[in-house]
Design a protein around this ligand. Sequence first.
Ligand code: X2W
Length: 282
Amino acid sequence: MNRDWIATARTLSEALPYLQRFTGAVVVVKFGGNAMGNDEAMAEFARDMVLMRQVGVNPVVVHGGGPMINEMLGKLNIESDWVRGKRVTDKATVEVVEMVLAGMVNKRIVQAINHEGGRGIGISGKDDGLMICDADDPELGFVGRPSEMNVQVVRDLCDAGMIPVIAPIGAGREGNETYNVNGDTAAGAIAGALKADRLLLLTDVAGVKGADGEVVTQLSTQQVRDMIADGTIAGGMIPKTETALKAVEDGVRAVVIQDGRVANACLLELFTEHGAGSMIRN
Ligand code: X2W
């Protein structure tokens, strides 16, 4: 017999305790624009979500799409400024952000999930009042800070066997404003409100690096705070780790910052002894 098949059967057998552990778990996955890559990467991500659902996990996808927004703004000759990792978002920009995220990127992911045999359903933070925002900072325009979460719609979709795919767009309190929310921030707020078992932040680096430059596989929230304070965690990793800290504080059991470009990144994390990236928990 071909040895690969024997290995496949063994892999499935070894996954049993992990499958049992995660039955019924809520796993929020942040799928960033940089992790989306080509159609193949998208299809592979979709297969992972469908497999998770198939084995009794409740995957909830929150996506980004920064590079796709950049491309569309470029075509429309609208320039973007960035302040502390967030896009300064005026009225014209927020319209493009909503069109690209809720219209194009969201539906691309939903379609990929459905093509793999899942029941993907796309919503944004506006649907059923899921994510009500206040302005994050006057300097940033229509950038939203999630302040009121109504996650029942997400639970209902999961209970119905669907895979919610959520665009990080929020509604304001006045009833007519649209807010652009950073994808990581939205994923953290949704995971926190769901008290998710896991928040997987798929990114394009291997994880959180320690002072020696090696990825640290397990981190307590206190260690993360110390590493931010002493400068070991710097640059783009600061908002990610801060999102993780807030999510754990809100009741998420563990947050994993991992490389979404690795094949079957989510399955590797959930269903193997190996795990992936850096896990942050109390
Ligand atoms: C982001 C939303 C998209 C996002 C933006 O306008 O690009 C803010 O910066 P990635 O692919 O996850 O980076 N919003 C406020 O977060 O996309």
